[in-house]
Design a protein around this ligand. Structure first.
Ligand code: ADP
Ligand code: MG
Length: 494
């Protein structure tokens, strides 16, 4: 099904790439296969869980035993509708399942049940953020439901191949974009955004290493704003980083051919991350003719609009709305908001810390201290040794000036390694900030008495006061209120 191609973008010189003959523009469209989060498969009751012993999750339907009939899993349909709503897309209350015929050892039916002319979800829109301040709308062409195939295993035996049908029949959503993407960074932002949206919706876990999300990447090049060029399709990318590399390589390859007076053959290619290049897999002449026809075992899929409305009413706050709210409600920068909303669980953690507190302070602590530390130690936020209520207590202790920001970092370290109630730790270890000016003055006097030469210098040169601040803070074990120290020194050194 090749829809009419429409150019929705104004050429942006920032996204052009340089060739020997001048500027070129990439045109990219993505087909994403996203595994539906569901306990059972699309047309059978077998487990759709990842892993398991080979062929443990296989029903007679998945093995395509003669006479078996597929029965649609209503929950998978609901998940597809939910995803369509999250993509601001047209939900089709009437859609049709077709057989896509081809032979493959790990496809026991000899065809894949998919949707061709009448998909469950039609056109939609996703807003991507190639940079936190940049909002670019990418059109969605369609989303359809289909079955995954099994897996052939060639490396377990010297002369035989094995087939594992655990994935056979697992529900996939194929999400096809319009050719609206104009550079590798936009493609990466698009995949990232789709994954975030589906994680918020709970419709796909987005785990690319486990194969829950794979992308086929269509790339062509043209002179800026010109006619669409011939595309090549890079199959089965399961890493956002490699996808970016593959796009850069492929665009460059096409530009070199065109600038040498050649032409692009429409073909399917594979990316080799070790060599950093794409290789031809098959040309258009070798392309399959799938002989699609409506599956006679399945009725058209029909549902009431009221059911769609019920699903719509249960949608969570989605990433774009949440980002806008964090910016307006807490005064966060677009950059900070973007970092916080990237995963539903990090957004949840932040909102727990920010609740009833200064949002900017909360964002600083969550992003710089907590995320920094989690990344460094490779710990998932769900296993964070510092809970949102503990971090909230640390933020409170700083904002009510019980401790300084610097002591706050020490406190964070203690809570990270030993756990415990931050208030009690501050109490027990005497970490409270000294605001009693008498006590601070005693330390100031002590430091000044010990350094008469420096005092003389500082009276000449006020910038020297900084050295004294450091000494006094050190002598107080970091507990003196820095403002009080500054004021006292200013008075005494002038
Ligand atoms: P097919 O199954 O033949 O690959 P699809 O319609 O499923 O066709 O997907 C085609 C994908 O290629 C879409 O994402 C579309 O936006 C993209 N595309 C179409 N034409 C071009 C082009 N000239 N350059 C880049 N991408 C394109
Ligand atoms: Mg394709």
């Amino acid at each position: 099904m090749t829809p009419e191609l429409v150019d929705t973008r104004t050429p942006d010189p920032k996204k052009f790439i340089q060739g020997a003959t001048g500027d070129w523009e990439m045109v990219i469209g993505l087909e994403i296969h996203a595994q539906v989060s569901s306990k059972a498969k699309l047309f059978s009751g077998a487990s759709a869980e990842y892993g398991g012993e080979p062929n443990d999750h296989v029903s007679l339907v998945d093995a395509a035993m003669p006479g078996m009939l597929p029965v649609i899993n209503k929950y998978c349909v609901e998940q597809a509708v939910r995803t369509g709503l999250g993509l601001n897309a047209q939900i089709n209350n009437y859609s049709v399942f077709d057989r896509k015929n081809y032979f493959y050892p790990d496809l026991p039916q000899g065809y894949q049940i998919s949707q061709f002319k009448q998909p469950i979800v039609g056109e939609g829109i996703v807003t991507i953020n190639p940079t936190p301040e940049e909002n670019v709308e990418i059109g969605i062409e369609r989303l359809h439901l289909e079955q995954d195939a099994g897996k052939s295993i060639h490396d377990l035996h010297p002369t035989m191949s094995f087939v594992d049908l655990n994935r056979s029949g697992v529900a996939l959503m194929e999400i096809v974009s319009k050719p609206d993407i104009r550079c590798a960074d936009e493609a990466k932002a698009y995949v990232t955004k789709l994954r975030t949206i589906m994680r918020y919706l709970g419709t796909c876990d987005g785990n690319m290493e486990e194969g829950s999300m794979r992308a086929d990447v269509n790339v062509s090049v043209r002179k800026p704003g010109g006619e669409f060029g011939t595309r090549c399709e890079i199959k089965n990318m399961n890493s956002i980083r490699f996808m970016g590399q593959a796009i850069e390589y492929e665009a460059r390859r096409q530009i070199d051919i065109l600038e040498d007076g050649g032409s692009i053959d429409q073909e399917t290619r594979l990316y080799d991350p070790k060599k950093g290049e794409t290789r031809s897999m098959r040309s258009k002449e070798e392309a399959h003719d799938y002989r699609y026809f409506p599956d006679p075992d399945l009725l058209p899929l029909e549902f009431e609009q009221s059911w769609v409305d019920e699903i719509a009413a249960t949608l969570p706050e989605l990433p774009d709305a949440k980002k806008n709210r964090l910016v307006s409600e807490f005064g966060l920068s677009a950059y900070d908001a973007e970092v916080l909303i990237a995963e539903p669980k990090s957004a949840r953690f932040f909102e727990e810390v920010a609740n009833g507190r200064d949002g900017k302070a909360a964002a600083n602590w969550v992003i710089n201290e907590l995320f920094g530390r989690l990344n460094k130690e490779d710990v998932d936020i769900d296993d964070s040794p510092v809970s949102s209520s503990q971090l909230g207590a640390i933020v409170d202790l700083i904002s009510d000036k019980t401790i300084s920001g610097k002591i706050g970092k020490q406190l964070f370290e203690i809570v990270w390694t030993d756990g415990g109630d931050p208030n009690k730790i501050v109490e027990d270890r005497g970490m409270k900030q000294v605001t009693d000016t008498g006590a601070i003055e005693a330390i100031v006097d002590e430091v000044m008495a010990a350094n008469p030469e420096k005092v003389a210098q500082a009276k000449e040169k006020p910038a020297m006061a900084g050295w004294f601040v450091g000494q006094v803070m050190k002598a107080s074990g970091g507990k003196a209120n820095p403002q009080a120290v500054n004021e006292l020194l200013r008075k005494k050194l002038s």
